[in-house]
Design a protein around this ligand. Structure first.
Ligand code: NAP
Length: 490
C-alpha cells in the first residue's frame, strides 16, 4: 500500500506520531493510500521552517519567484491527463470535470506567475512640495491555507500560487478526503524549484491539524475554504491573535427562470448547475425559482431530462453523475430528503441511495412545491438535490433568491434586458450569471460571496493578490526641511 508523507522544510517526512489514515476511492471504496497524519510537533516544525524561509523568499524578486510558477504551470499542463484520472479516483467527479479542475490549477499558476511582473502599487501627488507618495505591496509572512475536498487541486492552487508570488511562505492543510491531489501539486512545485521551507504540507483532521494551524502564533494569516460552521469558528479563533482571515464558505445558489427565457437553454443550465459534480460545488444551483406561467412545462421537461442522467464511476465516459465524497455526506443528503418530505415538499424524482458500484451514490433528486421557508430551500445540502420554487413576478423571484443567509452565486434566464439588469442590481450575491448556470467561474475574475458566504474577501483575479499582501504607504520627503501635512498649507 502506497504511503504519503508530510512535506516539511523541503523533505518528505513521516508523521511524528507514526499515525496514518486511509484515503478512499468514493466510487469503489478501495484504499488509494495511507496518509501520514501530522502531530503537533510536525505542525510546529512546518510553521518554524516557513518562518525561517520567509526572509529569503520575500527578498527574492517577484519575477524570479514567477519563473518557478511558470515552470510548475508547464509541468501541470504536461501531466494534466494523469492528474485528472487520479483526481477522479480520489474524489469521484467525472473525468471531464477533473480535467477542468486541473486546468484551473494550470490557469491560476500562469496568471499568478504573470503577477510577478505587476504586483502593482499606486503613486499619487503629495499635498506638499518636494515630497513623493506611493504604495507598495508586502507579503504577510507565514500563511496557513486550509482547503476542502470538492476542488481537490483547483482550490489549493487558487490559494498557493497567489500566496507564493506575493512572497509569503506557507503551511498548507488539504481536506482529509483528497490529500493526494495536493501532494501532487506540492511535488510539482518542489520539482519546479521552490526553495526548502517555502511550502510545507501537513495532513490530518481539521479538528486537530487545522486547529493547530489556526492557533500557531507564527502563522499571520489564514485562507480558508469550507463550510460556514468551520469558517465561523476559524474567524473567532484567529481574531484572538489578530490574524488576517479570508473565508470562502457555502452557498444556496438560485437560478431564476423567467417566462420569457429560452427554455432549453435554461434546462441545460439547471441540469449542469444542480447535478454537475454531483451537486458538490459551493456554486451548485440548489434552488430553481421558476415563473409560475411556465412552471408545469419546465417541471415536466426537467424531470424527463434528469431521469436520463447516468450514475457511475467518473472514469466511465458514459457517466453523468459520480459518487458523493463520503459516508457522512451520503447520510446528510438522505437526511435532507427526509426533512423535505416532512416539510411536505413533493419528491418527484430520486431521493434514494444507489449502488451502481460499492461506493457512495445518491440519485439525482428533485423536490417541487417547495416554499422559501422550508429547510431544503434554505440550508446547504451539498449533494444532487434540487428544489423548485414558484414565483409570480421578477420581484418575487428576487425576494425568494435573497431570502437565504448565503450569497455566493446566482443566475437568471431571461431574454429581457430589463430583467437582466434588475437581477444584476438586486440579487444579493458575489456572482450573477445572465443566461448561464451558477457555475463556471474564470480564474482572472474575483470569486467570492456576500452575507454568510464569506467575510468580504475575494479570491482569484487581481483580488487574489489583495488576499495575500499588505499595503505599505511610503512618503519620501526630499525638501530637506520639516514639512507638516494638513498644517503647512497655503
Ligand atoms: P469543512 O468541513 O469546513 O472542511 C474544510 C477544511 O477545513 C478541511 O480541510 C477540513 O479538514 C478543515 N477543518 C475542519 N474543521 C476544522 C477546524 N476546526 N479548524 C481548522 N480546519 C478545519 O468543509 P468541507 O465539507 O470539506 O467542504 C464543503 C464546504 O465547503 C461547503 O460548505 C462548500 O460550500 C464550501 N466550499 C466553498 C467554496 C467557496 O469558494 N465559497 C468552494 C468550495 C467549497 P478535514 O478534511 O480533515 O475535515
Amino acid at each position: 500500500m502506497r504511503e504519503y508523507k508530510l512535506f516539511i522544510n523541503g523533505e518528505w517526512v513521516e508523521s511524528g506520531m507514526s499515525e496514518t489514515f486511509d484515503d478512499l476511492n468514493p466510487a469503489t471504496l478501495e484504499i488509494i493510500g495511507k496518509i501520514h497524519k501530522a502531530s503537533d510537533e510536525d505542525i510546529k516544525a512546518a510553521a518554524d521552517s516557513a518562518q525561517d524561509a520567509f526572509d529569503s523568499w520575500s527578498g527574492t524578486p517577484a519575477p524570479r519567484r514567477a519563473k518557478i510558477l511558470f515552470r510548475a504551470a508547464r509541468m501541470l499542463e504536461e501531466r494534466k491527463e494523469e492528474l485528472a484520472r487520479l483526481m477522479t479516483v480520489e474524489m469521484g467527479k467525472v473525468l471531464e470535470e477533473s480535467r477542468g479542475d486541473v486546468q484551473e490549477a494550470i490557469d491560476i499558476a500562469y496568471y499568478a506567475a504573470g503577477e510577478g511582473r505587476r504586483l502593482l502599487g499606486e503613486t499619487t501627488p503629495s499635498e506638499l512640495p518636494d515630497k513623493f507618495a506611493m504604495t507598495v505591496r508586502r507579503p504577510i509572512g507565514v500563511v496557513g491555507l486550509i482547503t476542502p475536498w470538492n476542488f481537490p487541486m483547483a482550490i489549493p492552487a487558487w490559494k498557493t500560487m497567489p500566496a507564493l508570488i506575493s512572497g509569503n511562505t506557507l503551511v498548507l492543510k488539504p481536506a482529509s478526503d483528497t490529500p493526494v491531489m495536493v501532494i501532487e501539486l506540492v511535488k510539482i512545485l518542489a520539482e519546479a524549484g521552490l526553495p526548502k521551507g517555502v511550502l510545507n504540507l501537513v495532513m490530518g483532521e481539521g479538528s486537530t491539524v487545522g486547529s493547530a494551524i489556526v492557533h500557531n502564533k507564527k502563522i499571520r494569516a489564514i485562507s480558508f475554504t469550507g463550510s460556514l460552521a468551520t469558517g465561523k469558528w476559524i474567524l473567532g479563533e484567529a481574531a484572538k491573535d489578530m490574524k488576517k482571515v479570508s473565508l470562502e464558505l457555502g452557498g444556496k445558489n438560485p437560478i431564476i427562470v423567467m417566462d420569457d427565457a429560452d427554455l432549453n437553454l435554461a434546462l441545460d443550465g439547471v441540469l449542469w448547475g444542480a447535478f454537475g459534480t454531483t451537486g458538490q460545488r459551493c456554486t451548485a444551483a440548489s434552488r430553481v425559482i421558476v415563473h409560475e406561467k411556465i412552471m408545469p412545462l419546465f417541471q415536466e421537461k426537467l424531470i424527463e431530462r434528469t431521469r436520463k442522467l447516468r450514475l457511475g464511476s467518473g472514469l466511465d465516459e458514459n457517466t453523468d453523475v459520480g459518487p458523493v465524497i463520503n459516508s457522512s455526506q451520503l447520510e446528510k443528503i438522505a437526511k435532507y430528503v427526509e426533512i423535505g418530505k416532512d416539510e411536505c415538499a413533493d419528491l418527484v424524482l430520486g431521493g434514494n441511495t444507489a449502488k451502481p458500484l460499492p461506493g457512495y451514490f445518491f440519485e439525482p433528486t428533485i423536490f417541487t412545491e417547495v416554499t422559501p421557508e422550508m429547510r431544503i430551500a434554505r440550508e446547504e445540502i451539498f449533494g444532487p438535490v434540487l428544489s423548485l420554487l414558484s414565483a409570480g413576478s421578477l420581484d418575487e423571484a428576487i425576494q425568494i433568491a435573497n431570502s437565504v443567509e448565503y450569497g455566493l452565486s446566482s443566475s437568471i434566464y431571461t431574454e429581457n434586458i430589463k430583467n437582466a439588469f434588475k437581477a444584476i442590481e438586486k440579487i444579493e450575491a458575489g456572482i450573477t450569471y445572465i443566461n448561464a448556470s451558477t457555475i463556471g467561474a474564470e480564474i482572472h475574475l474575483p470569486f467570492g460571496g456576500v452575507k454568510s458566504t464569506g467575510n468580504g474577501t475575494r479570491e482569484a483575479g487581481t483580488t487574489a493578490i489583495e488576499e495575500f499582501t499588505e499595503i505599505k504607504t511610503v512618503y519620501i520627503d526630499y525638501s530637506g526641511k520639516l514639512q507638516r501635512a494638513q498644517i503647512d498649507i497655503e
